[in-house]
Write a protein of this length. Structure first.
Length: 376
C-alpha cells in the first residue's frame, strides 16, 4: 500500500548545530523537523543489543504489515479510499499529531524493565490485536456471504429465489407414501416444450398434474406430481432439457418458518459483525500504530548505541513529508549523507568494537541511524 505521508526517524550524535542545519538547510528548509526525546532505557549488554536489533527489525516489518491490513479492512468495510487518513486516531490524537508529539508511554511500558522485556511486551500486544482483527474480519466475511445468499434467495429469479412466500400447501401432495410434488423453474422460452413433454420425461408422472405456481421475467415455476421412486430420474431428465429443478425445496412447515426468518437473521448477523469489526479495527489501528512507534523508537535507540557508542549522547529527529513532498525523500537522504557521511568513518567511533558491531547488524549500512515510518 502506498504511503500518503512519511517520516524519517533520524538519530545523530549530539551537536550544537545539527538541528539548525536540518531546519534551515536540509531540502532548502522545506521539510518540517521535529525533535523528540529518548527515555532512559535499561540497555543491558552489547551482545543483547545486537540480538534485539535483529528482533526489532523483524517486529518492525510485522507491524507495518499489521497496520496495512487493518487499514485495508477499514477501507473495504467502510468503502472509503485507502489513502484517507484524516480521521485515523491514535490515543485520541490524529495520527500525524501523535507521531509529531510522541512521548514514551511510561505507565504502560515501564522504563525499569530492560529493553528485551519492553520489546516482548509491545510486540505481543500488537500481534494479538492483529490476530483478533483478522479473526473478526473472517467472521464478518462469512456473515456477509450468508446475507448475500439470503438476499439472492429473497430477490433473485425463480431458479434460486426462496419460495416460502410463493407456495401454498394445497399446491402439494403431502403425507403420501408414494407420490411427491416437485418444483421446476422453466425458462420462459421453453414453457411450450415443457407442457408438451413433462408427462413423458419418466415413468409414472401424473398426467396433467403440472400447475403454474408463479412467473417472473425469466422463469415460470411449475409443480409436477409423480411417484417418489422416479424423482431423481425426473430431475436428471429435466436438467437435460435446460429446466431448473428446485431440489433445494421441500414443503415442510418447519423449513418454511426457517426460510421466513433467514433473511432477517442473516441481515442482523451481518450488521452486528460489521459494527463489531469496525469498532475493533479502529481500536486496533490506534493500539498497533502506537506499538509500532514505540518499537521504532526502541529500534532507533538500540541502533544509536551500537553506532555511536556509550554513554548514549545522541539526538532524535523526525523529518516530515506530506503527500505532495514524498518525492523529496530520496533527495533528503542524499543531502543527509553528504552532510553527515563522515559519521560512517572510523574517526567518529569512540569505540572501534561498537562500530564493528554496527556493521554486523545492518547489511545496508548507513553512516547514521535512519528509518522510514510511512503513514498509510
Amino acid at each position: 500500500m502506498d504511503a500518503v505521508a512519511e517520516y524519517l526517524f533520524l538519530s545523530l550524535p549530539q551537536s550544537a548545530d545539527a538541528k539548525e542545519w536540518l531546519e534551515q538547510q536540509l531540502n532548502s528548509g522545506k521539510s518540517p523537523i521535529y525533535q523528540l526525546k529518548f527515555p532512559d532505557f535499561q540497555i543491558g549488554t552489547l551482545d543483547s543489543l545486537i540480538q534485539e536489533s535483529e528482533e526489532l527489525s523483524k517486529i518492525d516489518l510485522l507491524l507495518v504489515l499489521a497496520i496495512s491490513k487493518v487499514v485495508d479492512i477499514l477501507s473495504n468495510v467502510l468503502e472509503t479510499p485507502t489513502g484517507s487518513f484524516s480521521n485515523k486516531v491514535v490515543n485520541s490524537k490524529l495520527v500525524l499529531d501523535y507521531v509529531e508529539k510522541f512521548q514514551w508511554n511510561t505507565s504502560k511500558y515501564r522504563l525499569d524493565n530492560p529493553v528485551t522485556q519492553l520489546v516482548k511486551v509491545i510486540a505481543d500486544e500488537a500481534l494479538v490485536l492483529d490476530s483478533d482483527v483478522r479473526a473478526s474480519y473472517q467472521s464478518y466475511q462469512t456473515a456477509k456471504l450468508n446475507f448475500l445468499a439470503a438476499d439472492r434467495k429473497k430477490n433473485g429469479d425463480l431458479s434460486i429465489k426462496s419460495l416460502h412466500e410463493i407456495v401454498r400447501p394445497e399446491q402439494f401432495v403431502l403425507n403420501s407414501d408414494h407420490l411427491i410434488t416437485v418444483l421446476i423453474a422453466v425458462p420462459k422460452s421453453l414453457v411450450d416444450d415443457f407442457k408438451k413433454t413433462y408427462e413423458t420425461l419418466t415413468q409414472f408422472v401424473v398426467p396433467r398434474s403440472a400447475e403454474l405456481i408463479s412467473s417472473d421475467s425469466e422463469y415460470s415455476l411449475f409443480g409436477i406430481t409423480l411417484f417418489k421412486k422416479y424423482q431423481q430420474e425426473f430431475y436428471s431428465a429435466a436438467r437435460e432439457k435446460k429446466w431448473h429443478p428446485r431440489t433445494d425445496f421441500t414443503y415442510l412447515e418447519e423449513v418454511l418458518d426457517n426460510l421466513r426468518k433467514e433473511f432477517d437473521m442473516t441481515r442482523a448477523a451481518e450488521t452486528k459483525t460489521k459494527n463489531d469489526l469496525i469498532r475493533l479495527a479502529r481500536t486496533a489501528y490506534s493500539d498497533i500504530f502506537s506499538c509500532w512507534v514505540h518499537i521504532k523508537t526502541l529500534r532507533v535507540y538500540v541502533e544509536s548505541v551500537l553506532r555511536y557508542g556509550l554513554p548514549p549522547k545522541f539526538d532524535f529527529f523526525l523529518i516530515k513529508f506530506t503527500a505532495n513532498s514524498l518525492k523529496d525523500v530520496s533527495k533528503v537522504k542524499k543531502e543527509l549523507i553528504a552532510k553527515f557521511g563522515y559519521l560512517g568513518g572510523n574517526q567518529h567511533s569512540q569505540n572501534q568494537n561498537l562500530h564493528e558491531y554496527a556493521s554486523l547488524v545492518d547489511t545496508e549500512y548507513d553512516p547514521f541511524v535512519i528509518y522510514e515510518l510511512p503513514i498509510v
